[in-house]
Design a protein around this ligand. Structure first.
Ligand SMILES: Nc1ncnc2c1ncn2[C@@H]1O[C@H](COP(=O)(O)OP(=O)(O)O)[C@@H](O)[C@H]1O
Ligand SMILES: [Mg+2]
Length: 267
């Protein structure tokens, strides 16, 4: 028993870290993994690096390439999964205080997440899991979203929307031949999301809709709430307002957000 007593959690942690680092150095010669980790190390804390290493070691991820988008609260990287398929890796920053303030209202009130943790890192993990679960629900309801492939702490692995490492354009960058058709199609998806997936996106705009091959794919589901959330209808109204704002520049005849909510949510 003797030596075991001295193996505190901290020491085990350190040992694991040493092993990982050694593994990392060895593999540096052999493949691209560690190159990728070098890039990550400049931005992320140790906890995040360990999480990415775990995904690499368990084969859920094979490679991480360059960054697609770097935001205040998350970074999205290109990469490949265990089978070599293209993926997007969304990593939430655990150090953002803004995160805590701004995002709590989308967690509190969601019946799936009754106990809100204290530490920011744990809240961010919960947020990451929430996006994963929302995407699962949307996909099960037959809605076009990235497939959630894996989730581990603050790291989310998604099917890649785009081709040959190039992400598909966002709605805002796509010229629309029939804006009214697009508007109606997107409202149809929002309705399906509400009725079938029982979700409200909560941050819907021309920035969170990708267009890979002529069809809209909704992304960015961290803040999405279930229709039971006390604010669900208010969030839905705001989503429609955002869409209306975007589409009114093309002279599309828009519906009133209140009217839409009444029709979709109260029928
Ligand atoms: N599954 C994906 N495949 C390809 N690119 C993606 C994918 N998910 C996100 N992106 C890219 O990353 C950007 C940011 O992703 P998003 O989920 O909107 O995060 P946030 O807006 O919170 O930073 C998107 O605008 C898109 O260009
Ligand atoms: Mg976004």
């Amino acid at each position: 028993m003797g030596w075991r007593k001295h193996l505190t959690r901290e020491k085990v942690d350190q040992r694991l870290l040493k092993q990982e680092v050694r593994y990392d150095r060895e593999s540096r010669m052999k493949n691209k993994r560690s190159e990728n980790l070098d890039t990550l190390e400049e931005v992320f804390d140790r906890r995040t690096i360990m999480t990415v290493l775990r995904l690499l070691n368990t084969g859920k991820l094979k490679e991480i390439h360059g960054v697609i988008k770097s935001g205040k609260e998350s970074r999205v990287y290109r990469g490949t999964d265990g089978e070599g398929g293209e993926v997007a890796i969304k990593i939430f920053l655990t150090t953002s205080a803004i995160f805590r303030q701004g995002r709590l209202k989308y967690l509190v009130g969601d019946q799936r997440f009754r106990e809100i943790p204290h530490s920011t890192a744990d809240i961010v993990d919960m947020w990451t899991l929430k996006e994963y679960k929302n995407l699962q629900l949307a996909q099960e309801a037959g809605i076009n979203v990235p497939t959630p492939i894996a989730v581990e702490k603050n790291v989310l692995v998604l099917s890649f929307i785009g081709k040959d490492g190039k992400p598909a354009p966002l709605l805002r960058d796509v010229p629309l031949s029939s804006p009214t058709g697009w508007y109606k199609a997107i409202l149809g998806i929002v309705k399906q999301l509400y009725r079938k997936a029982k979700l409200v996106h909560g941050d819907l705009s021309e920035y969170n809709i990708m267009v890979p091959n002529g069809y809209p794919v909704l992304i960015d589901f961290g803040q999405a709430v279930t229709t039971e959330h006390p604010q669900a209808q208010a969030f839905l109204e705001r989503d429609i307002e955002n869409l209306n704002h975007y589409f009114s520049q093309f002279k599309v005849k828009t519906v009133s957000p209140q009217e839409f909510v009444k029709r979709v949510a109260k029928a």
